[in-house]
Design a protein around this ligand. Structure first.
Ligand code: TRP
Length: 443
């Protein structure tokens, strides 16, 4: 017999789990370097506009579809539109979960390794951090082993289920996350010379905004909010009918923005105060930051705190990526949860191996880029925007916008969505995503 489907034990459990999904490497690793590559404060403003226009409406829509159907993404589309090909949108999501987690786990593995290396002193004040980074990711064995450890941990928690696994993990980890980031912000803004970084981060120069800025902001919004692949549909499916959708969605988006903005506040003052370049791209977290820490009093202590923060945030996000695939196998294929979790974790571990090796150990290229970059390109340019767009079209025209709004408003204790919400998800949000998709293909 199939065990009953679980649900979150409290309202807070859902918000913490979904915020845990959202807050991750997207906030700590990606957001600061995308801001750095796009000229600072002006990018932050464009990003906030995109979050309001695309992120929040899609967040509400995904939670609603999940709560309405109580199913994994494929099952959710099947339940609302039986005998149509709409389930394929859910299938894109399951595929995206697999793809994203395979390289996400590799980066998370670097983070864990850096935590241990800072604690044990093999990364220290005198290290050449650039050489150390390329040396680390370019090794064959070590990064793959850390990736394996991270996937094993993620698989273990997901195998325990919604209440005993995800719910319990986020209840302890999310407060830890918050304390760690506050420590880092205080350290950053109290450094001598921090004001130049603050200015860069907080004073917009609007002439620096281009099409590429909007494109990067949209890619960042999908990724950081965990949207476009049914992760939030899945988490929403464990809600009870009497939970508040518009209120929870606002909390989740708000917490994710807060942590991203705080991460910038922790990083930019330090980068500027110590004379580093803000535009160091993906290496910002692993090369620039350790070098920054090395120059601060008690720097390696704060370095360890940073990489602990990094690893914990990655873990609570990875849970949601794995859960999408596992929920599909449990709901639709009647597989037992521990078995599904073990099987999928192992599969993702395997796909992550070439991703990890392509960072320097072995020359593995697809479409002229390292396999690792190819996976990231795949999710950013196609999987998430197309998944998000089709989800909106489904909610707006197949399930219908009025029913989506009605369902989202049901039992809401905070505020109710007005008719404007129907306009948003029918016209404005999909149009914004289409423009961005086209710009991504042709720019
Ligand atoms: N949002 C997470 C981050 O910022 C990553 C993540 C978790 C994600 N689940 C997702 C990204 C689903 C896209 C889709 O690190």
């Amino acid at each position: 017999m199939k065990p009953a489907r679980e649900s979150w034990t409290t309202k807070l459990a859902f918000i913490l789990a979904a915020a845990g999904s959202a807050v991750g490497l997207g906030n700590i690793w990606r957001f600061p370097y995308v801001v750095g590559e796009n000229g600072g404060a002006a990018f932050v403003i464009v990003f906030l506009i995109i979050v309001a226009l695309i992120g929040l409406p899609l967040m509400v829509t995904e939670i609603t579809l999940g709560r309405e159907t109580k199913k994994n993404p494929i099952g959710a589309f099947k339940a609302l539109a039986p005998n149509t090909p709409w389930w394929l949108v859910g299938a894109i999501g399951v595929l995206a979960g697999f793809v994203i987690l395979s390289f996400y786990s590799v980066v998370a593995g670097w983070g864990i390794s850096y935590f241990f290396q800072t604690v044990t002193g093999s990364l220290t004040e005198g290290t050449d951090f650039e050489a150390a980074f390329f040396d680390h990711v370019g090794q064959g064995f070590a990064p793959v082993a850390w990736h394996a450890l991270f996937m094993a941990l993620t698989g273990l928690i997901i195998g325990l289920g919604i209440v005993k696994g995800i719910g319990r993990a986020v209840r302890y980890l999310m407060p830890v996350l918050f304390i760690l980031i506050i420590m880092l912000v205080i350290r950053g803004v109290t450094l001598e010379g921090a004001s130049e970084g603050l200015q860069y981060y907080l004073q917009p120069d609007f002439t620096s905004i281009t099409w590429q800025t909007w494109l990067d902001a949209a890619g960042q919004a999908f990724f950081t909010l965990s949207l476009g692949m049914g992760a939030i549909i899945t988490y929403g499916s464990y809600l009870k009918k009497d939970d508040d959708v518009p209120g929870s969605a606002s909390w989740i988006v708000g917490l994710d923005l807060l942590i991203a903005l705080l991460a910038g506040l922790a990083i930019f003052p330090a980068v500027f105060a110590l004379g580093f370049s803000e535009a160091d791209g993906p290496g910002l977290a692993f090369i620039t930051l350790p070098a920054v820490f090395a120059q601060m009093p008690f720097g390696m202590f704060f370095g360890a705190i940073f990489f602990l923060f990094f690893s914990v945030a990655a873990l609570t996000s990875a849970l949601s990526l794995l859960e999408v695939v596992v929920a599909w196998l449990v709901d639709e294929k009647e597989m037992s949860r521990p078995k599904a979790s073990a099987l999928v974790s192992f599969g993702i571990f395997l796909l992550g191996i070439p991703a990890s090796l392509s960072m320097g150990a072995v020359d593995i290229q697809v479409m002229g880029m390292p396999f690792f970059d190819f996976l990231d390109y795949l999710q950013e340019t196609f999987l998430l925007p197309i998944g998000g767009l089709l989800t909106l079209v489904f909610a707006g025209y197949v399930f219908t916008a009025s029913k989506t709004r009605e369902s989202a408003n049901e039992n809401s204790t905070s505020f109710k969505l007005g008719v404007w919400f129907e306009w948003l998800i029918k016209y404005i949000t999909p149009a914004a995503v289409v423009i961005i998709l086209l710009a991504g293909l042709f720019l």
